[in-house]
Design a protein around this ligand. Structure first.
Ligand code: HEM
Ligand SMILES: *[C@@H]1O[C@H](CO)[C@@H](O)[C@H](O)[C@H]1NC(C)=O
Ligand SMILES: *[C@@H]1O[C@H](CO)[C@@H](O)[C@H](O)[C@H]1NC(C)=O
Ligand SMILES: *[C@@H]1O[C@H](CO)[C@@H](O)[C@H](O)[C@H]1NC(C)=O
Ligand SMILES: *[C@@H]1O[C@H](CO)[C@@H](O)[C@H](O)[C@H]1NC(C)=O
Ligand SMILES: *[C@@H]1O[C@H](CO)[C@@H](O)[C@H](O)[C@H]1NC(C)=O
Length: 319
């Protein structure tokens, strides 16, 4: 079923192509002269990768989020350890968790062949995030482009600013507010948990110790995630109904107390997020429309532009 308002939004974005109304100097047509094939190369590379492993689009959607929350969307999460760099990949929220980096490498290699030194790693992540959501059946949006890549990583920053699954609603709200994202942005962006998986270590205390969880759901998860052991290898879908479809079932699960993470179920816990969760659970078009708006906002967090940063040739290391 089509969502009428989405097409209207796309039309507005199309008009925006001719009028410079974009914040931060980012714009959808940034590469239209310098690398007109950029968008199709990324899409093709991602589609192939998802065909090979259905989960990797979800993993990379999360990588874009974790990139943006640490000193802005600047590709810092893609840098490997080196003599001078303590990678964000090994920060607590990412270690044994953030994944899909080989897919970025392979797309970057194709872009370097087609248009050397033009397309940033930060922009590749932003385009992948959109294409992944579309691939799984979710909304589309115009990706604003022109971010440049950082010269450094910030492991301590990644430890500190990426939200944890132990957070309650107050913690989640202030964590997003620190990135100038609203309460509504937080609730709707959490809907990304309609795809992908989490490790036992991240939902153990929710299934053993929380009360705001369906009893049978908790029991069945306890069979899969023991009190000790299996931290990293016992994955469960974040959306128990449709793990590879971007839909509003994540919110429907919350209404019956079947959110996988403590932080997920905080959004339907007898508090001020309940109304919005109910709305998204009953109106997928509204979810899609709001998600598209909020992820564009997330993609605008503190980009490097102009002569700041660089266009990395290899996403894993500064030039
Ligand atoms: C609201 C606060 C959030 C918290 C506390 C949170 C936490 C988590 C945790 C703990 C996992 C499982 C990681 C693992 O076990 O290895 C996860 C997975 C995931 N998150 Fe979030 N997240 C949040 C918001 C977001 C946002 C804003 C997005 C994207 C827009 C996102 C996208 C994803 C995706 C797609 C996965 C699955 C990744 C995969 O299967 O590889 N999350 N998140
Ligand atoms: C990341 O995880 C690996 C494997 O579990 C571990 O050996 C390593 O110490 C961790 N890195 C950091 C920086 O904590
Ligand atoms: C990041 O967090 C991990 C795990 O809590 C800790 O071992 C490490 O020292 C922290 N690193 C930095 C640079 O803050
Ligand atoms: C969140 O947790 C903090 C303590 O960690 C507590 O002060 C606060 O009241 C909690 N908020 C909600 C909405 O549960
Ligand atoms: C949650 O927020 C409270 C303040 O409301 C703070 O004391 C607490 O440490 C936070 N919890 C986490 C897990 O960050
Ligand atoms: C549950 O809470 C108890 C008491 O706070 C704690 O000792 C135990 O480790 C928790 N269990 C899990 C699986 O988090």
């Amino acid at each position: 079923m089509a969502c009428a308002k989405l097409y209207f939004l796309l039309l507005l974005n199309f008009v925006g192509l001719f009028v410079n109304v974009y914040a931060n100097n980012l714009s959808p047509n940034f590469y239209s002269k310098t690398c007109p094939q950029a968008l199709s190369i990324v899409k093709k590379g991602l589609d192939e990768a998802i065909k090979n492993e259905a989960r990797v689009g979800a993993s990379l959607l999360r990588v874009h989020f974790h990139d943006c929350f640490v000193d802005g969307c600047d590709g810092s999460i893609l840098l490997d350890n080196s003599a001078t760099i303590q990678s964000e990949k090994q920060a607590a929220p990412n270690n044994n968790s953030a994944r899909g980096f080989e897919v970025v490498d392979s797309i970057k290699a194709k872009l370097e062949k087609a248009c050397p030194g033009i397309v940033s790693c930060a922009d590749i992540l932003a385009i992948i995030a959109r294409d992944a959501v579309v691939h799984y059946g979710g909304p589309t949006w115009e990706v604003r482009l022109g971010r440049r890549d950082s010269l450094i990583a910030n492991r301590a920053g990644a430890n500190k600013t990426i939200p944890a699954p132990s957070f309650n609603l107050t913690n989640l709200t202030s964590n997003f507010a620190a990135q100038h994202l609203s309460f509504k942005d937080m609730v709707v962006l959490s809907g990304a948990h309609t795809v992908g998986f989490a490790r036992c270590t991240n939902f153990r205390s929710h299934i053993y110790n929380d009360t705001n969880i369906d009893t049978n759901f908790a029991k069945s998860l306890q069979q899969k995630c023991p009190k000790t052991g299996g931290n990293n290898n016992l994955l469960q879908p974040l959306d128990l109904q449709t793990r590879f479809i971007f839909d509003n079932k994540y919110y429907q699960n919350l209404l019956v107390h079947k959110g996988l993470l403590h932080s997920d179920q905080q959004l339907f816990n007898g508090n001020k997020a309940d109304n919005l969760v109910q709305k998204y659970a009953s109106d997928q078009c509204k979810f899609f429309e709001d998600f598209a708006k909020s992820i564009v906002k997330m993609g605008n967090i503190s980009p490097l532009t102009g002569t700041n940063g660089e266009i990395r040739l290899n996403c894993r290391k500064p030039n």
